[in-house]
Design a protein around this ligand. Structure first.
Ligand code: GLN
Length: 484
Protein backbone atom coordinates (compact mmCIF):
# COMPACT_ATOMS: atom_id res chain seq x y z
CA UNK A 1 0.00 0.00 0.00
CA UNK A 2 1.32 3.40 -0.97
CA UNK A 3 1.29 5.93 1.83
CA UNK A 4 2.19 9.58 1.56
CA UNK A 5 3.33 11.68 4.48
CA UNK A 6 5.73 14.16 2.88
CA UNK A 7 7.71 14.69 -0.30
CA UNK A 8 10.94 14.11 1.61
CA UNK A 9 9.81 10.70 2.81
CA UNK A 10 8.41 9.81 -0.60
CA UNK A 11 11.75 10.64 -2.19
CA UNK A 12 13.59 8.59 0.44
CA UNK A 13 11.28 5.64 -0.27
CA UNK A 14 11.90 5.98 -4.02
CA UNK A 15 15.64 6.02 -3.44
CA UNK A 16 15.51 2.90 -1.30
CA UNK A 17 13.38 1.16 -3.91
CA UNK A 18 10.46 0.82 -1.49
CA UNK A 19 8.04 2.45 -3.86
CA UNK A 20 7.82 3.79 -7.41
CA UNK A 21 6.27 6.80 -9.12
CA UNK A 22 3.96 4.37 -10.88
CA UNK A 23 2.68 3.01 -7.56
CA UNK A 24 2.12 6.57 -6.38
CA UNK A 25 0.09 7.53 -9.46
CA UNK A 26 -1.92 4.29 -9.36
CA UNK A 27 -2.68 4.95 -5.72
CA UNK A 28 -3.95 8.47 -6.43
CA UNK A 29 -5.99 7.39 -9.44
CA UNK A 30 -7.69 4.79 -7.23
CA UNK A 31 -8.36 7.35 -4.54
CA UNK A 32 -9.74 9.86 -7.03
CA UNK A 33 -12.06 7.21 -8.39
CA UNK A 34 -13.37 6.20 -4.99
CA UNK A 35 -13.78 9.84 -3.93
CA UNK A 36 -15.33 11.04 -7.17
CA UNK A 37 -18.51 12.14 -5.35
CA UNK A 38 -16.46 14.89 -3.68
CA UNK A 39 -16.28 16.50 -7.13
CA UNK A 40 -12.77 17.86 -6.49
CA UNK A 41 -11.43 17.13 -9.99
CA UNK A 42 -12.93 18.26 -13.27
CA UNK A 43 -10.69 16.12 -15.44
CA UNK A 44 -8.14 13.46 -14.52
CA UNK A 45 -5.19 12.89 -16.84
CA UNK A 46 -4.94 9.19 -15.98
CA UNK A 47 -3.07 7.70 -18.92
CA UNK A 48 -0.73 10.66 -19.21
CA UNK A 49 0.12 10.55 -15.52
CA UNK A 50 0.76 6.81 -15.64
CA UNK A 51 3.01 7.21 -18.65
CA UNK A 52 4.95 10.02 -17.03
CA UNK A 53 5.36 7.94 -13.87
CA UNK A 54 6.75 5.00 -15.86
CA UNK A 55 9.25 7.19 -17.65
CA UNK A 56 10.39 8.81 -14.39
CA UNK A 57 10.89 5.37 -12.84
CA UNK A 58 12.97 4.38 -15.85
CA UNK A 59 15.07 7.51 -15.68
CA UNK A 60 15.74 7.03 -11.98
CA UNK A 61 16.57 3.38 -12.43
CA UNK A 62 18.96 4.31 -15.23
CA UNK A 63 20.86 6.44 -12.72
CA UNK A 64 19.65 9.92 -13.63
CA UNK A 65 19.56 12.14 -10.56
CA UNK A 66 16.03 12.90 -9.45
CA UNK A 67 14.97 16.51 -9.69
CA UNK A 68 13.30 18.47 -6.89
CA UNK A 69 9.71 17.40 -7.56
CA UNK A 70 10.50 14.01 -9.02
CA UNK A 71 7.25 12.07 -9.25
CA UNK A 72 5.36 14.53 -7.06
CA UNK A 73 1.67 14.25 -7.90
CA UNK A 74 0.05 17.67 -8.31
CA UNK A 75 -3.49 18.98 -8.91
CA UNK A 76 -4.06 22.30 -10.69
CA UNK A 77 -6.89 24.74 -10.13
CA UNK A 78 -8.95 25.19 -13.28
CA UNK A 79 -7.67 28.74 -13.78
CA UNK A 80 -4.05 27.74 -14.49
CA UNK A 81 -2.99 27.02 -18.07
CA UNK A 82 -1.55 23.62 -18.93
CA UNK A 83 -0.76 23.35 -22.62
CA UNK A 84 -3.09 21.11 -24.63
CA UNK A 85 -5.36 20.55 -21.63
CA UNK A 86 -8.81 21.97 -21.10
CA UNK A 87 -9.16 25.13 -19.07
CA UNK A 88 -12.50 26.68 -18.19
CA UNK A 89 -12.27 28.63 -14.90
CA UNK A 90 -15.26 26.42 -14.03
CA UNK A 91 -17.35 28.58 -16.34
CA UNK A 92 -19.68 27.62 -19.18
CA UNK A 93 -18.21 30.43 -21.21
CA UNK A 94 -14.88 28.59 -21.46
CA UNK A 95 -16.13 25.02 -21.57
CA UNK A 96 -14.12 23.06 -24.14
CA UNK A 97 -11.43 25.72 -24.37
CA UNK A 98 -7.94 24.23 -24.57
CA UNK A 99 -4.81 25.97 -23.26
CA UNK A 100 -2.41 27.01 -25.97
CA UNK A 101 0.51 27.28 -23.57
CA UNK A 102 1.43 26.42 -19.99
CA UNK A 103 1.63 28.87 -17.11
CA UNK A 104 5.19 29.64 -16.05
CA UNK A 105 4.43 28.03 -12.67
CA UNK A 106 3.39 24.83 -14.46
CA UNK A 107 6.46 24.85 -16.72
CA UNK A 108 8.62 25.09 -13.62
CA UNK A 109 6.83 22.22 -11.88
CA UNK A 110 7.22 20.05 -14.96
CA UNK A 111 10.89 20.95 -15.34
CA UNK A 112 11.41 19.55 -11.85
CA UNK A 113 9.66 16.30 -12.85
CA UNK A 114 6.28 16.82 -11.18
CA UNK A 115 3.33 14.78 -12.45
CA UNK A 116 0.13 16.72 -13.05
CA UNK A 117 -2.78 14.44 -12.37
CA UNK A 118 -5.73 16.64 -13.24
CA UNK A 119 -7.46 19.97 -12.94
CA UNK A 120 -9.53 20.92 -9.93
CA UNK A 121 -12.98 22.38 -9.57
CA UNK A 122 -13.31 25.97 -8.32
CA UNK A 123 -15.71 28.89 -8.16
CA UNK A 124 -16.35 30.39 -11.58
CA UNK A 125 -13.46 32.72 -12.44
CA UNK A 126 -12.26 32.28 -8.84
CA UNK A 127 -15.14 34.37 -7.52
CA UNK A 128 -16.57 32.91 -4.37
CA UNK A 129 -15.89 31.49 -0.93
CA UNK A 130 -17.65 28.13 -1.02
CA UNK A 131 -17.08 26.55 -4.44
CA UNK A 132 -20.83 26.74 -4.99
CA UNK A 133 -20.43 29.07 -8.00
CA UNK A 134 -19.04 26.42 -10.32
CA UNK A 135 -20.44 25.28 -13.65
CA UNK A 136 -19.45 21.75 -12.52
CA UNK A 137 -21.41 21.83 -9.28
CA UNK A 138 -20.30 22.05 -5.70
CA UNK A 139 -17.33 20.33 -4.07
CA UNK A 140 -17.87 18.44 -0.81
CA UNK A 141 -15.70 18.92 2.25
CA UNK A 142 -14.29 15.44 2.92
CA UNK A 143 -14.42 15.90 6.70
CA UNK A 144 -18.16 16.64 6.63
CA UNK A 145 -19.87 16.29 3.29
CA UNK A 146 -22.76 18.53 4.29
CA UNK A 147 -20.28 21.41 4.47
CA UNK A 148 -18.48 23.44 1.83
CA UNK A 149 -14.71 23.14 1.36
CA UNK A 150 -14.36 26.92 1.06
CA UNK A 151 -13.47 28.72 -2.10
CA UNK A 152 -12.68 29.67 -4.58
CA UNK A 153 -9.99 26.94 -4.79
CA UNK A 154 -12.27 24.35 -3.13
CA UNK A 155 -11.38 21.47 -5.46
CA UNK A 156 -7.63 21.97 -5.00
CA UNK A 157 -8.08 22.04 -1.21
CA UNK A 158 -10.16 18.87 -1.11
CA UNK A 159 -7.74 17.15 -3.49
CA UNK A 160 -5.05 17.50 -0.82
CA UNK A 161 -7.37 17.10 2.18
CA UNK A 162 -8.79 13.81 0.90
CA UNK A 163 -5.39 12.49 -0.21
CA UNK A 164 -6.13 12.63 -3.95
CA UNK A 165 -2.73 14.18 -4.75
CA UNK A 166 0.35 15.30 -2.83
CA UNK A 167 0.15 19.06 -3.31
CA UNK A 168 -2.02 21.32 -5.39
CA UNK A 169 -2.09 24.81 -6.80
CA UNK A 170 -4.80 27.38 -6.27
CA UNK A 171 -5.05 31.09 -6.81
CA UNK A 172 -5.60 33.67 -4.10
CA UNK A 173 -7.06 37.08 -4.91
CA UNK A 174 -8.78 37.66 -1.58
CA UNK A 175 -8.26 34.44 0.35
CA UNK A 176 -9.03 31.66 -2.10
CA UNK A 177 -6.11 29.52 -0.97
CA UNK A 178 -6.02 30.33 2.73
CA UNK A 179 -9.75 30.11 3.41
CA UNK A 180 -10.32 26.68 1.83
CA UNK A 181 -7.15 25.46 3.56
CA UNK A 182 -8.67 26.71 6.83
CA UNK A 183 -12.00 24.94 6.14
CA UNK A 184 -10.28 21.70 5.13
CA UNK A 185 -7.61 21.49 7.83
CA UNK A 186 -4.54 21.77 5.59
CA UNK A 187 -1.83 24.34 4.83
CA UNK A 188 -2.53 27.09 2.30
CA UNK A 189 0.13 29.59 1.32
CA UNK A 190 -0.39 32.81 -0.60
CA UNK A 191 3.07 34.14 -1.43
CA UNK A 192 3.72 37.88 -1.74
CA UNK A 193 2.25 39.58 -4.78
CA UNK A 194 4.95 39.31 -7.43
CA UNK A 195 6.58 36.18 -6.00
CA UNK A 196 5.23 33.71 -8.56
CA UNK A 197 4.58 34.65 -12.17
CA UNK A 198 0.95 35.15 -13.12
CA UNK A 199 1.67 34.27 -16.73
CA UNK A 200 -0.90 31.63 -17.62
CA UNK A 201 -3.14 32.34 -14.63
CA UNK A 202 -6.62 33.47 -15.71
CA UNK A 203 -6.93 37.05 -14.49
CA UNK A 204 -9.55 38.06 -11.95
CA UNK A 205 -8.12 41.08 -10.05
CA UNK A 206 -4.70 41.51 -11.58
CA UNK A 207 -3.25 43.67 -8.82
CA UNK A 208 -4.27 41.02 -6.25
CA UNK A 209 -4.03 37.63 -7.97
CA UNK A 210 -1.32 35.26 -6.87
CA UNK A 211 -0.81 31.54 -7.36
CA UNK A 212 -0.80 29.70 -4.04
CA UNK A 213 0.01 26.23 -2.76
CA UNK A 214 -1.88 23.63 -0.72
CA UNK A 215 -0.03 20.92 1.16
CA UNK A 216 0.11 18.93 4.34
CA UNK A 217 3.64 19.83 5.45
CA UNK A 218 5.36 23.20 5.46
CA UNK A 219 8.35 21.59 3.78
CA UNK A 220 6.25 20.45 0.78
CA UNK A 221 4.77 23.90 0.36
CA UNK A 222 8.20 25.51 0.70
CA UNK A 223 9.63 23.20 -1.93
CA UNK A 224 6.89 23.99 -4.44
CA UNK A 225 7.37 27.70 -3.79
CA UNK A 226 11.12 27.43 -4.29
CA UNK A 227 10.53 25.78 -7.66
CA UNK A 228 7.91 28.21 -8.96
CA UNK A 229 9.06 31.57 -7.57
CA UNK A 230 11.22 34.16 -9.24
CA UNK A 231 11.49 36.46 -12.24
CA UNK A 232 9.80 35.62 -15.48
CA UNK A 233 10.15 37.48 -18.73
CA UNK A 234 6.41 37.00 -19.36
CA UNK A 235 5.27 38.82 -16.22
CA UNK A 236 6.85 42.17 -15.43
CA UNK A 237 5.19 42.31 -12.00
CA UNK A 238 7.33 39.45 -10.69
CA UNK A 239 9.89 40.76 -8.24
CA UNK A 240 13.60 40.19 -8.71
CA UNK A 241 13.97 39.87 -4.91
CA UNK A 242 16.12 36.82 -4.31
CA UNK A 243 14.30 33.50 -4.11
CA UNK A 244 15.84 31.70 -1.20
CA UNK A 245 16.29 28.01 -0.76
CA UNK A 246 13.33 27.84 1.57
CA UNK A 247 13.66 24.14 2.27
CA UNK A 248 17.13 24.65 3.75
CA UNK A 249 16.05 27.51 5.94
CA UNK A 250 12.74 26.56 7.49
CA UNK A 251 13.96 23.88 9.87
CA UNK A 252 15.71 26.34 12.19
CA UNK A 253 13.94 27.73 15.23
CA UNK A 254 13.76 31.43 16.05
CA UNK A 255 12.09 33.71 18.54
CA UNK A 256 9.82 36.24 16.90
CA UNK A 257 7.98 39.49 17.52
CA UNK A 258 4.35 38.94 16.66
CA UNK A 259 1.53 41.48 16.42
CA UNK A 260 -2.19 40.83 16.72
CA UNK A 261 -5.23 43.09 16.52
CA UNK A 262 -7.78 43.12 19.34
CA UNK A 263 -10.18 44.59 16.77
CA UNK A 264 -9.87 41.30 14.85
CA UNK A 265 -10.21 38.99 17.85
CA UNK A 266 -13.15 40.93 19.32
CA UNK A 267 -14.97 41.31 16.02
CA UNK A 268 -18.69 40.61 16.25
CA UNK A 269 -18.58 38.21 13.29
CA UNK A 270 -15.91 35.98 14.85
CA UNK A 271 -16.87 32.62 16.33
CA UNK A 272 -16.01 32.93 20.06
CA UNK A 273 -14.29 29.54 20.07
CA UNK A 274 -11.94 30.63 17.27
CA UNK A 275 -11.19 33.80 19.20
CA UNK A 276 -10.44 31.96 22.43
CA UNK A 277 -8.24 29.36 20.72
CA UNK A 278 -6.14 32.13 19.21
CA UNK A 279 -5.99 34.00 22.52
CA UNK A 280 -4.78 30.76 24.13
CA UNK A 281 -2.11 30.39 21.46
CA UNK A 282 -0.96 33.97 22.04
CA UNK A 283 -0.39 33.17 25.72
CA UNK A 284 1.49 30.03 24.80
CA UNK A 285 3.70 31.82 22.29
CA UNK A 286 4.55 34.43 24.91
CA UNK A 287 5.44 31.68 27.36
CA UNK A 288 7.63 30.06 24.72
CA UNK A 289 9.70 33.23 24.49
CA UNK A 290 8.17 35.01 21.50
CA UNK A 291 7.02 38.58 22.03
CA UNK A 292 3.37 38.76 21.11
CA UNK A 293 1.63 42.11 21.54
CA UNK A 294 -1.54 43.89 20.45
CA UNK A 295 -1.38 46.67 17.88
CA UNK A 296 -4.19 49.09 17.18
CA UNK A 297 -5.86 48.55 13.83
CA UNK A 298 -8.78 50.77 12.92
CA UNK A 299 -9.21 49.83 9.27
CA UNK A 300 -10.92 46.47 9.66
CA UNK A 301 -14.37 47.69 8.68
CA UNK A 302 -13.06 49.14 5.43
CA UNK A 303 -11.10 46.24 4.02
CA UNK A 304 -13.98 44.20 2.59
CA UNK A 305 -15.61 47.17 0.80
CA UNK A 306 -12.24 48.31 -0.56
CA UNK A 307 -11.46 44.79 -1.75
CA UNK A 308 -14.81 44.27 -3.48
CA UNK A 309 -14.70 47.67 -5.16
CA UNK A 310 -11.21 47.31 -6.59
CA UNK A 311 -11.40 43.63 -7.53
CA UNK A 312 -14.76 43.96 -9.26
CA UNK A 313 -13.44 46.99 -11.15
CA UNK A 314 -10.44 44.96 -12.31
CA UNK A 315 -12.63 41.95 -13.05
CA UNK A 316 -15.02 43.98 -15.20
CA UNK A 317 -12.08 44.90 -17.37
CA UNK A 318 -10.35 41.50 -17.30
CA UNK A 319 -13.48 39.55 -18.16
CA UNK A 320 -14.45 41.78 -21.08
CA UNK A 321 -12.42 39.46 -23.31
CA UNK A 322 -15.04 36.68 -22.95
CA UNK A 323 -17.31 38.06 -25.63
CA UNK A 324 -18.30 34.98 -27.60
CA UNK A 325 -15.92 35.85 -30.41
CA UNK A 326 -12.45 35.08 -29.20
CA UNK A 327 -12.96 32.26 -26.72
CA UNK A 328 -15.20 29.37 -25.86
CA UNK A 329 -18.96 29.68 -25.76
CA UNK A 330 -20.98 31.73 -28.23
CA UNK A 331 -24.71 32.16 -28.51
CA UNK A 332 -26.53 30.17 -31.15
CA UNK A 333 -29.00 33.01 -31.74
CA UNK A 334 -28.97 34.04 -35.38
CA UNK A 335 -29.73 37.35 -37.02
CA UNK A 336 -28.67 39.64 -34.17
CA UNK A 337 -26.30 42.60 -34.39
CA UNK A 338 -22.80 42.55 -32.89
CA UNK A 339 -23.69 44.28 -29.62
CA UNK A 340 -26.60 41.92 -29.03
CA UNK A 341 -24.37 39.01 -29.95
CA UNK A 342 -21.89 40.02 -27.22
CA UNK A 343 -24.69 40.56 -24.73
CA UNK A 344 -26.36 37.29 -25.53
CA UNK A 345 -23.16 35.23 -25.44
CA UNK A 346 -22.14 36.74 -22.11
CA UNK A 347 -25.64 36.43 -20.63
CA UNK A 348 -25.82 32.77 -21.56
CA UNK A 349 -22.22 31.85 -20.82
CA UNK A 350 -21.49 33.56 -17.51
CA UNK A 351 -22.92 32.60 -14.12
CA UNK A 352 -24.89 34.77 -11.71
CA UNK A 353 -22.07 35.75 -9.34
CA UNK A 354 -19.70 36.63 -12.17
CA UNK A 355 -22.35 38.83 -13.78
CA UNK A 356 -23.02 40.51 -10.45
CA UNK A 357 -19.35 41.38 -10.12
CA UNK A 358 -18.96 42.61 -13.67
CA UNK A 359 -21.93 44.93 -13.14
CA UNK A 360 -20.62 46.11 -9.78
CA UNK A 361 -17.19 46.75 -11.27
CA UNK A 362 -18.60 48.61 -14.23
CA UNK A 363 -20.65 50.74 -11.86
CA UNK A 364 -17.74 51.73 -9.59
CA UNK A 365 -15.71 52.68 -12.67
CA UNK A 366 -18.47 54.72 -14.28
CA UNK A 367 -17.81 58.43 -14.78
CA UNK A 368 -20.35 59.54 -12.18
CA UNK A 369 -19.22 57.21 -9.39
CA UNK A 370 -15.51 56.70 -10.05
CA UNK A 371 -14.29 59.07 -7.34
CA UNK A 372 -16.96 58.12 -4.85
CA UNK A 373 -16.06 54.44 -5.00
CA UNK A 374 -12.97 53.47 -6.95
CA UNK A 375 -10.70 56.37 -5.93
CA UNK A 376 -11.83 56.11 -2.33
CA UNK A 377 -11.15 52.38 -2.24
CA UNK A 378 -7.68 52.96 -3.66
CA UNK A 379 -7.05 55.45 -0.85
CA UNK A 380 -8.08 52.84 1.70
CA UNK A 381 -5.72 50.40 0.03
CA UNK A 382 -2.81 52.77 0.27
CA UNK A 383 -3.58 53.71 3.91
CA UNK A 384 -3.76 50.04 4.79
CA UNK A 385 -0.51 49.24 3.03
CA UNK A 386 1.27 52.06 4.91
CA UNK A 387 -0.17 50.93 8.22
CA UNK A 388 0.96 47.35 7.59
CA UNK A 389 4.45 48.54 6.60
CA UNK A 390 4.71 50.47 9.86
CA UNK A 391 3.75 47.37 11.83
CA UNK A 392 6.48 45.36 10.10
CA UNK A 393 9.08 47.86 11.27
CA UNK A 394 8.56 46.50 14.76
CA UNK A 395 7.16 43.04 14.21
CA UNK A 396 7.99 39.95 12.16
CA UNK A 397 4.41 38.76 11.80
CA UNK A 398 0.78 39.64 12.22
CA UNK A 399 -1.48 36.81 13.33
CA UNK A 400 -5.25 36.58 13.09
CA UNK A 401 -7.99 34.11 12.23
CA UNK A 402 -8.18 32.98 8.61
CA UNK A 403 -11.97 33.02 8.59
CA UNK A 404 -14.56 34.17 11.14
CA UNK A 405 -16.19 30.73 11.16
CA UNK A 406 -15.47 27.08 10.36
CA UNK A 407 -16.69 25.58 7.08
CA UNK A 408 -20.25 26.72 6.31
CA UNK A 409 -23.07 24.29 5.63
CA UNK A 410 -23.77 23.92 1.91
CA UNK A 411 -26.29 26.55 0.82
CA UNK A 412 -25.98 28.49 4.08
CA UNK A 413 -24.76 31.70 2.49
CA UNK A 414 -25.74 31.41 -1.15
CA UNK A 415 -28.77 33.67 -0.86
CA UNK A 416 -26.91 36.48 0.89
CA UNK A 417 -23.88 37.62 -1.12
CA UNK A 418 -23.05 40.40 1.35
CA UNK A 419 -22.79 37.92 4.23
CA UNK A 420 -20.56 35.79 2.01
CA UNK A 421 -18.32 38.78 1.16
CA UNK A 422 -18.05 39.85 4.80
CA UNK A 423 -16.58 36.48 5.71
CA UNK A 424 -13.46 37.51 3.74
CA UNK A 425 -12.66 40.14 6.37
CA UNK A 426 -9.39 38.56 7.55
CA UNK A 427 -7.97 37.29 4.29
CA UNK A 428 -8.32 40.30 1.98
CA UNK A 429 -5.87 42.35 4.07
CA UNK A 430 -2.85 40.46 2.73
CA UNK A 431 -4.00 40.84 -0.89
CA UNK A 432 -4.71 44.54 -0.50
CA UNK A 433 -1.21 45.01 0.96
CA UNK A 434 0.53 42.51 -1.36
CA UNK A 435 2.12 40.62 1.53
CA UNK A 436 2.58 36.85 1.95
CA UNK A 437 0.18 35.01 4.19
CA UNK A 438 -0.44 31.44 5.23
CA UNK A 439 -3.18 29.47 6.94
CA UNK A 440 -1.69 26.91 9.33
CA UNK A 441 -4.03 24.11 10.49
CA UNK A 442 -3.54 24.30 14.23
CA UNK A 443 -6.99 24.01 15.77
CA UNK A 444 -10.16 21.98 15.90
CA UNK A 445 -13.58 23.27 16.85
CA UNK A 446 -16.14 21.57 19.12
CA UNK A 447 -18.39 21.27 16.03
CA UNK A 448 -15.87 18.75 14.70
CA UNK A 449 -14.31 20.99 12.04
CA UNK A 450 -10.72 22.18 11.80
CA UNK A 451 -9.58 25.78 11.53
CA UNK A 452 -6.30 27.53 11.00
CA UNK A 453 -4.21 30.41 12.22
CA UNK A 454 -3.44 33.02 9.62
CA UNK A 455 0.10 34.42 9.72
CA UNK A 456 1.28 37.34 7.59
CA UNK A 457 4.81 38.60 7.11
CA UNK A 458 6.43 41.51 5.36
CA UNK A 459 6.70 41.35 1.57
CA UNK A 460 9.02 38.59 0.32
CA UNK A 461 9.74 37.36 3.83
CA UNK A 462 8.38 33.91 3.06
CA UNK A 463 11.40 32.27 4.70
CA UNK A 464 10.43 33.38 8.19
CA UNK A 465 6.74 32.94 7.51
CA UNK A 466 7.37 29.31 6.63
CA UNK A 467 9.83 28.79 9.47
CA UNK A 468 7.42 30.12 12.07
CA UNK A 469 4.58 28.03 10.61
CA UNK A 470 6.74 24.94 10.71
CA UNK A 471 7.70 25.62 14.29
CA UNK A 472 4.09 26.05 15.36
CA UNK A 473 2.93 22.94 13.54
CA UNK A 474 5.57 20.89 15.30
CA UNK A 475 4.79 22.37 18.69
CA UNK A 476 1.04 21.90 18.26
CA UNK A 477 1.59 18.42 16.76
CA UNK A 478 -0.81 19.41 13.99
CA UNK A 479 -2.08 16.64 11.73
CA UNK A 480 -3.31 18.27 8.54
CA UNK A 481 -6.46 16.89 7.04
CA UNK A 482 -7.24 14.91 10.17
CA UNK A 483 -9.10 16.02 13.22
CA UNK A 484 -7.24 15.94 16.50
N1 GLN B 1 -13.84 35.05 -1.62
C1 GLN B 1 -13.09 36.02 -2.35
C2 GLN B 1 -13.88 36.49 -3.55
O1 GLN B 1 -14.89 35.91 -3.81
C3 GLN B 1 -11.76 35.47 -2.73
C4 GLN B 1 -11.59 35.06 -4.13
C5 GLN B 1 -10.19 34.67 -4.50
O2 GLN B 1 -9.26 34.80 -3.72
N2 GLN B 1 -10.03 34.25 -5.75
O3 GLN B 1 -13.51 37.41 -4.20
Amino acid sequence: MFEFSSIEQYHAALKEGKTTCLQAVEHYLDRIRSASHLNAFIEVYASEALQKARSLDQRRNAGHPARKLHGVVVGLKDVICYKDHKLSASSNILKNFTSLYSATAVERLLAEEAIIIGNCNCDEFAMGSTNENSAYGRVLNALDETRVPGGSSGGSAVAVQAGLCMISLGSDTGGSVRQPADFCGIIGLKPAYGRISRYGLIAYGSSFDQIGIFGTTVYDVALALEVMAGPDEFDSTVSSTKVEKYTDLIGKKSKYRVAYFNEALDHSSLDPEISSSITGLIEKLNKDGHEVSPVEFDLLDYVVPAYYIITTAEASSNLSRYDGVRYGYRTQRKGINLTDFYKQSRSEGLGKEVKRRIMLGTFVLSAGYYDAYFTKAQKVRSLLTKKIQLIFREFDFIIMPTSPATAFKAGEKTTDPIAMYLADIYTVIANLAGIPSISVPLFSHSNGMPFGLQVMSNRFNEVHLLRFSNQMMQEQKAQPGKLK
